[in-house]
Write a protein that binds this ligand. Structure first.
Ligand SMILES: C[S@@+](CC[C@H](N)C(=O)[O-])C[C@H]1O[C@@H](n2cnc3c(N)ncnc32)[C@H](O)[C@@H]1O
Length: 253
């Protein structure tokens, strides 16, 4: 396993319990929108790349699909297995990297949510999924996004890295779309959604490199970014208005 993957495994083993209950990750309406956006054929076989605790897998399973989920973290895979046990042999989970050999290929689709901002080479991450889906298969990614202005994007990126040692980048919605094109995907669709983070909840389940007070101060003194706009509320809480992109592309036949 590569060094960064080891770091990810440690970080997500530690935060699995908090992650699976986090309001943004577990929001049922957002999960249903992701399933609808993927627009997959009935009973499709889906690879969930970086499946975490199986929240995304469970949403696709409820819609009648079949899932193989892979994740670096044991704690995440155990939770995914428990969460999706009721779906029987339609659900299978393996603790491994996406880049390790898989027990099967020729998937109808590959899906990843909130993984691209953690990987060292996002194009390789997408190309691996393209390799694993059949011709005509679909690749879907959802991730939070940043500002096209470089100074605002740098500020946002610094805060993300202070709060999470495994954060590697913030992409704009456009850059995410370009990645799909660079991976050879066609008929690309993009949509954006807004969501809100509570600073305390978000920070407390992270793997920080700086004290919470420093991160809060930097957050409130910065320029704000498209996709990451903090607001201090009257009760002292900080709410971050955030945007995520959902991107879908098709592998050529
Ligand atoms: C932020 S979590 C997202 C979990 C899930 N996709 C969700 O949205 O609920 C990111 C997950 O990606 C996993 N991950 C990152 N790189 C990976 C790789 N190369 N192979 C497998 N899993 C990976 C991490 O272990 C972590 O559990």
């Amino acid at each position: 396993m590569r060094d960064h993957e080891r770091e990810l495994q440690r970080a997500f083993d530690a935060q699995a319990a908090a992650f699976e209950h986090a309001p943004v990750q577990s929001d049922p309406a957002a999960l249903e929108r992701l399933v609808a956006f993927a627009d997959l054929p009935a009973a499709a076989r889906i690879l969930d790349a970086g499946c975490g605790p199986g929240l995304v897998s469970a949403a696709f399973l409820r819609a009648g699909y079949r899932i193989l989920g892979v994740d670096l973290s044991d704690e995440m895979i155990q939770r995914a297995r428990a969460r999706c046990a009721a779906f029987g042999d339609r659900a299978w989970f393996e603790r491994q990297s996406l880049f390790d050999p898989l027990p099967e290929d020729g998937f109808d689709a590959a899906v990843s949510r909130y993984v691209i901002h953690h990987v060292t080479d996002p194009l390789a991450f997408l190309r691996r999924q393209v390799e694993l889906v059949r011709p005509g298969g679909v690749v879907v990614a959802s991730d939070h996004t940043t500002d096209p202005d470089p100074a605002r994007a740098r500020w946002h990126y610094q805060i993300e890295c202070w709060r999470d040692r495994t954060h590697t980048r913030c992409l704009t919605a456009g850059a995410l779309t370009d990645l799909f094109a660079a991976a050879g995907l066609l008929d690309i669709r993009l949509t954006e959604e807004r969501f809100a983070l509570d600073f305390d909840e978000w920070f407390d389940r992270g793997s920080p490199t700086r004290p919470k007070a420093d991160v809060r101060a930097r957050l409130l003194s910065g320029p704000g970014a498209r996709g990451f706009l903090p607001q201090e509320l009257a009760d002292g809480h900080v709410r971050i208005a955030s945007w995520r992109a959902l991107v879908r592309g098709v592998k050529s036949v």
